[in-house]
Design a protein around this ligand. Structure first.
Ligand code: GAF
Length: 387
């Protein structure tokens, strides 16, 4: 790895960067179906109108690549023929993607890339998947690699798993790349069969409330949850070899093997069985415009994440509790991996402004932290422009 690039000797003036390819790579929300993707279950995400913008151009060198983030005001360079060091800074998401592309046997040469993010980091709207998929899509277009969108999704997920060390599922990358404007995806994370449901919330909107906390536990506990589920499956397989993942469990099997599982494993599995069913019910409710039902499922999801899956935190629980018993809020839950980030709220349009003021004051009083409100709309996945 070469020295960090300083803005005064590289990309001095981002506005003058003559891009060959521009990529708009969106963040994502998830309406319901949390921690179900890596258990081969169901999720209901969509890309949003908040994005990372990436510009690419070839730089005529055989191997030198230069990346500069206008957002973080720093950059780095690397040679395509060097061995990349693993890590978990933003640059490792980029390097991981480049490595996965090289591992597919695809030939690329030196390029420059300018990144500008409008996605808050740590908010749980997956700036990491947006970065990975944005880099992969840009390189694909710049060098005419002919990777399909699904290949971009999968290699970006592998980059995060293999290089950054976060054993995430496929939901974030899938929705960042393959979403359709104005739709929510009901995704089967085993078959990758997707149904695009019109995001018609009548007089309601989706509002994110960012706790502005990101507890340290997030990464290690995420991987622990995944391991707990996989360990449970291995134990259950001794009696039920047909169970390939927690997706295949039902209450009868779980009850039958309860004594062989630790208390934690049992509760993780119990949560996932319920959550998968909630996603299927939520998809039906959305198709019938039954927002009341949809909201109840969101609250039940949060309850399971808080008590059985144990990935919430007091700031998230406070916000969800605060929303309860307000007749203009249909549902609220933590969103994403947990331990901080945002809640997602289904709230009546004309009450949003007053509610933001009200809940922000209460949150500040409780934790002495500013709350950020982010209004989001379901948008299309990655957009690429050839300049
Ligand atoms: C993170 C992961 F990246 C996703 O794959 C998913 O597991 C999510 O947490 C929890 O639902 O965003």
């Amino acid at each position: 790895m070469q020295n960090s690039i300083k803005p005064d000797n590289f990309f001095k003036d981002p506005k003058n960067f003559k891009a060959e390819i521009t990529v708009e790579s969106p963040g994502r929300i998830n309406l319901i179906g949390e921690h179900t993707d890596y258990n081969e279950g169901f999720v209901m995400p969509t890309a949003i109108d908040k994005k990372i913008f990436l510009k690419f151009k070839k730089n005529n060198s055989e191997n030198l690549c230069r990346i500069y983030s206008a957002t973080f005001k720093n950059g780095f360079d690397f040679n395509l023929d060097e061995e990349f060091q693993k890590g978990s800074n933003w640059k490792h998401y980029v390097l991981g993607v480049v490595k996965e592309i090289q591992d597919l046997g695809k030939k690329i040469s030196g390029f420059d890339c300018l990144v500008e993010s409008k996605l808050p980091v740590g908010a749980g709207i997956s700036s990491s998947a947006a970065l990975e998929c944005g880099v992969a899509s840009g390189i694909n277009a710049l060098f005419d690699l002919n990777l399909t969108k699904l290949e971009i999704v999968k290699l970006s997920q592998r980059a995060e798993n293999n290089f950054v060390g976060n054993n995430c599922g496929i939901m974030d990358q899938y929705s960042s790349v393959l979403s359709r404007k104005g739709h929510i995806i009901k995704l089967d994370c085993r078959s990758l069969e997707a149904e695009f449901i019109p995001a018609d919330f009548k007089n309601c909107k989706l509002l994110l409330l960012n706790t502005n906390v990101s507890h340290k536990l997030a990464e290690s506990e995420y991987n622990t949850r995944r391991r707990e589920c996989e360990d449970a499956v291995r134990i259950i397989q001794k009696k039920y070899p047909e169970v390939q993942s927690v997706r295949d469990l039902n209450f009868t099997i779980l009850k039958d093997v309860e004594a062989e599982l630790s208390g934690k494993m049992y509760r993780r599995c119990l949560y996932v069985i319920h959550e998968n069913q909630r996603v299927l019910n939520a998809a039906d409710a959305l198709k019938k415009f039954d927002l009341k039902k949809f909201g109840e499922l969101m609250y039940a999801s949060h309850d399971g994440l808080q008590h059985d899956y144990e990935v919430s935190c007091e700031e998230l629980d406070f916000l969800v509790n605060y929303s309860k018993n307000k007749d203009f809020i249909y549902g609220s839950r933590m969103m994403g991996g947990g331990f901080g980030g945002c809640t997602i709220n289904l709230i009546e349009n004309d009450k949003i402004e007053d509610y933001i003021k009200d809940v922000s004051l209460a949150y500040k009083k409780q934790f002495d932290i500013e709350l950020d409100a982010i209004s989001v709309s379901p948008d299309s996945g990655t957009r690429i422009t050839k300049n």
